[in-house]
Design a binder for this molecule. Sequence first.
Ligand SMILES: [Zn+2]
Length: 99
Amino acid sequence: MVATPDAEALEAPLFHGLFELRTGAAGEALIASNAAAPRTIPDPATGRPLKVASLELSEHGVCPACTRHGAGGYVSFVSDLRLAFACPGCRTLVWLAGA
Ligand SMILES: [Zn+2]
């Protein structure tokens, strides 16, 4: 069976595998670190690999896309001022403009 781009997109791990989605004790969606997180993820604009500088879990994040308050994960990159925010609410890696 030939893999189509659509099939690949469906099989792509959530947050590029940088974080895992867990369910908390109260049934809430939580972000957890992934021991098998990749060291690079593709640039959403160019597809060029971006080297991950740090992954940080925050208890008090605010998602820029859905403005949900709560736990989320921030990603920073080497030689790139953008940040990405992993939101358990909209299950998306949201890109933030750099400072
Ligand atoms: Zn969100």
